[in-house]
Design a protein around this ligand. Structure first.
Ligand SMILES: [Zn+2]
Length: 879
């Protein structure tokens, strides 16, 4: 029996710490921050045997990768997964109901009861898991710079919903209507307001929604008091439905169409007393103790033979720990009894190993953590040295600012004795190397083609304050780095995964301090491309291109799920002198932004400054690859200090808003009126291009509607004449966007769609069309079936639109690098066409240059596209 704990991802610019505990028969994942799915792909670890997911907190830091991972599990044929976490877990999963659902996946959520006791929160043949609640203490918070937030939040008349949804406040005092009806009956009524539900009835509502999302789910055997009224029985739990594998091209979840009306209503409001503060740093966390099995020592057959214990059932009795008696010759021909004890021929076994995962986001959490491990506390047993029941091997420390250097925390670490390995994730104390090294290595090569267009992502190889410089840490303390793995049985010192190290071509290249040596064939294609560019770069016509300095940064250019070189959808537009506009925000968008702008506080162009200047986010539709990154982005924006009063306008449809409002009940995203760093929601319909009222800023009778006024404010913030939406045709409600700037340039964005004439009309004469091109031209049928466009169709839309240039994006993971046959011939008068690449910076005035680079880029990729990682995901498509 082998088991180990390994770091799938760590605290970095684009990931949060996730730990995998692996046995031969199953794996267990601890925390699912953003980019967990992509981390699996990069590390080439497989998720296939994942049986349980454990969350230390319900927050964008710890759980915002959950929807993406669950859908990936389902599409890859994984059939059952149990998710354990603190209060709020059911609300979190239910909040994803408009876009996360799969018929073939059994998701069993289990909220850990608030009262800790000695009962395990999970147990199977491999592990027994215990949980400890860690609650922040308000007094500590005041020393921690969080005091104002905490006190203010305490006075909040939460729940945090926009003011115009004021009925929620009434709901807190109004008794629930129709208490006699069952949850199922209430769910069928379109006029029922679920926000009136409280306590166990509210939980039952959420649980019912989770079952609708994942119909394969058996009745959840919840330990959060259970739903006493459940009529269903837990049956067939051991049923092996791993054979149920959806076709990758089948649209998911046909059952979802018949969902009851209640599903479209808002969720019950989370009970603040159980889910904790809306500030993710100030909410309670769970610490986990994962105890492995006791491993018996080896049976020494030679010794047994010598003692006279022959092959047979007695050996099994002995192996079970009992003393046996055999008859042996006393040397004189007489048979005498001989007692054989297990220790006579069985080597000493090993105690169950224990792995601890401690999540301490602030100094305010330390007293509660220490109390849990103190004498009489539920976890005191893990502090005892020389325990006869178990032995602590590895402790993963997730430390917020200041925690690691706190004297109480350091002496706590030292209490575990000298043999324990401490793996620490603490922002100041560990380096921030690139996580997705395959993509970064490709970028490093393309950097030699054009360093402005292909900048190298931001990273640091040394910590701000390395662990060695922290006085008083135990000897076995080291940085928690991705790929670090510790075998618990057999026992081995933590070591970096050799395969991961070999796969990383990026860091050896940047460490060497010399440029990557590229093959001559690539260098010469780079030179040819640059020569072509040279031939027109001084063309005076280039200077006349309107909006030539407007920068388009394609942060994520893949579709459905991340692939080796492409993250999911997000395109950032920078309008000089005004600010930023973000088109879609798939999972990991925050990470892409941090890698682009960096967190260096001394830089005036760091990611925080970018967030301040982010004026508008447009979300085309509710598919996960376009909006899952929103909560993290908005939660990080809440941290702007000092806060900005300038609003961020969020243009999206009502399903996206509903998701955010439900989520905002758990963790504040700035949606409430009057909040710091406020977010203003504008429904896509209000800005529809065929409605004229908003575009002029006032309606005919001269009085400006709220939408018209807001549209005017939004346009003013970016210097736009108009910002309009166009309904396109996709498998769900989806919109494109047209922005027209006062400086006479315009950008049209397609969202996900088949080719549509409406977009052509609305975007006529666009300076730049950004169009999805999910499939290559030979997959036209498949593109149609999935309501996407092919490369050729997208180019055609640009021609019909009379666009100056067309940038293609949103490529299927079928094309890990770029769709083939992309060597387009530019005919004067036709739109200039180029493909988008993650992290590329393309000015509108540089589109011709980008077009000229295409053959060189394709050449670069032909030598990188060397393995099966992309093929593995190409079978899955969730858009
Ligand atoms: Zn889509």
């Amino acid at each position: 029996m082998l088991w180990s704990t390994s770091v799938l991802s760590t605290l970095s610019s684009d990931t949060e710490p996730s730990v995998v505990i692996a046995f031969d028969s199953a794996k267990y994942l601890f925390n699912v921050g953003e980019n967990t799915t992509r981390s699996y792909l990069q590390s080439r670890q497989t998720w296939r045997k994942t049986r349980g997911i454990f969350l230390t907190s319900i927050s964008t830091q710890r759980s915002s990768g959950l929807p993406g991972l669950l859908m990936t599990f389902a599409d890859a044929g994984r059939s059952q997964v149990r998710v354990t976490g603190p209060s709020g877990l059911l609300h979190l999963i239910a909040s994803m109901r408009r876009y996360t659902y799969r018929e073939n996946l059994d998701v069993t959520p289990s909220e850990v009861p608030l009262v800790s006791d000695d009962q395990p929160v999970y147990k199977d043949e491999n592990i027994t898991v215990f949980a400890l609640h860690i609650n922040p203490t308000p007094e500590e918070s005041q020393d921690n710079g969080h005091s104002k937030v905490l006190l203010k939040r305490k006075r909040d008349t939460s729940p945090e919903r926009p003011a115009k949804r004021g009925s929620n406040n009434q709901a807190r005092t109004t008794p629930e209507p129709e208490p006699s009806l069952s949850i199922e009956e209430l769910m069928e009524r379109s006029d029922f307001d679920p926000t009136s539900l409280k306590g166990e009835r509210a939980q039952a509502w959420r649980r019912h929604i989770v079952k609708l999302m994942f119909p394969a789910t058996q009745v959840p055997q919840s330990i959060d008091n259970g739903d006493k009224n459940q009529k269903g029985k837990r049956k067939g739990k051991d049923r092996d439905n791993s054979a149920i594998k959806p076709s990758p091209d089948e649209p998911p979840n046909t059952a979802y169409v018949q969902q009851p009306p209640g599903l479209k209503r808002p969720l019950p409001i989370p009970d603040r007393s159980s889910v904790g503060s809306p500030d993710q740093c100030l909410r309670p966390t769970l610490a986990y103790a994962v105890q492995g099995p006791r491993v018996r020592g080896k049976f020494d057959a030679q010794k047994a033979e010598a003692l006279g214990l022959k092959h047979g059932p007695l050996r099994a009795v002995l192996a079970r720990g009992q003393t046996v008696t055999v008859q042996v010759d006393d040397g004189h021909g007489n048979l005498v009894d001989r007692e054989i004890k297990p220790s006579d021929c069985i080597a000493e076994g090993t105690l169950p190993g224990v792995v601890l995962l401690l999540d301490t986001p602030t100094l305010a959490h330390i007293p509660s953590l220490l109390a849990g491990f103190a004498d009489g506390g539920p976890f005191s047993k893990y502090r005892q040295l020389n325990s006869k029941d178990h032995v602590v091997r590895v402790i993963h420390h997730l430390c917020g600012d200041g925690v690691l250097e706190d004297e109480r925390y350091k002496s706590f670490m030292n209490e575990f004795g000298p043999d324990v390995h401490h793996l620490v994730a603490s922002r100041r104390h560990i380096p921030d190397p690139v996580t997705f090294t395959s993509a970064a290595y490709s970028q490093l090569r393309l950097n030699q083609l054009d360093s402005d267009v292909f900048p190298i992502p931001k990273f640091t190889l040394s910590a701000e304050k390395p662990l060695e410089g922290v006085v008083g840490l135990p000897a076995g303390t080291r940085a928690m780095q991705a790929g670090l793995s510790a075998s618990i049985h057999p026992l081995r010192t933590p070591a970096q995964d050799e395969n991961a190290r070999k796969l990383d071509l990026f860091h050896p290249a940047v460490r060497s301090d010399s440029v990557v040596k590229l093959p001559d064939s690539i260098l010469s294609s780079f030179s040819r491309a640059r020569a072509v560019v040279q031939s027109f770069v001084s063309d005076p016509e280039t200077d006349k291109i309107p909006g030539k300095d407007v920068l388009v940064c394609t942060l994520g250019t893949g579709s459905a799920i991340p692939s080796k070189f492409r993250n999911v959808s997000a395109t950032l537009i920078h309008i000089p002198k005004y600010g930023y506009l973000l088109l879609d925000a798939g999972e990991g968008t925050w990470g892409q932004l941090v890698r682009k702008y960096g967190r260096d506080p001394s830089s005036s162009s760091n990611v925080w400054q970018m967030l301040r200047e982010l004026k508008c986010i447009f979300i085309s539709h509710i598919h996960g690859d376009h909006h899952i990154g929103l909560p993290k982005l908005l939660a990080m924006r809440q941290r702007l200090d000092p806060p900005t009063k300038e609003p961020l306008y969020l243009v999206a449809n009502h399903t996206v808003f509903q998701y955010l409002r439900d989520y905002d009940g758990l963790e504040t995203l700035g949606l409430q009126s009057g909040s710091n760093n406020p977010v203003v929601l504008i429904p896509v319909d209000a800005l529809h291009w065929l409605k004229s009222s908003h575009s002029e800023g006032s309606n005919r009778n001269g009085s400006r509607s709220w939408y018209a006024a807001t549209h005017a404010d939004l346009c003013a913030s970016l210097g736009l004449r108009s910002l309009q939406t166009v309904d396109v045709e996709h498998r769900t409600l989806c919109h494109g966007l047209i922005i027209k700037h006062a400086d006479d340039w315009s950008v049209a964005y397609s969202g996900d769609t088949v080719p549509v004439d409406r977009l052509v009309q609305a975007g006529q004469n666009a300076t730049l069309l950004i169009h999805e091109a999910t499939m290559a031209d030979d997959e036209a049928e498949k593109a149609r079936a999935k309501m996407h466009s092919t490369v050729g169709q997208a180019i055609d839309i640009g021609k019909k639109m009379n666009a100056y240039s067309t940038l293609l994006t949103h490529f299927s993971a079928r094309y890990p690098t770029m769709p083939q046959s992309m060597l387009m011939n530019y005919e004067p008068g036709e739109p200039i066409v180029a493909l988008a690449f993650d992290h590329a910076n393309v000015r509108i005035g540089d589109m011709r240059k980008m077009h000229a680079y295409m053959p060189a880029i394709e050449q670069n990729f032909t030598e990188l596209d060397d393995d099966d990682a992309a093929a593995q995901v190409a079978e899955v498509d969730i858009t």
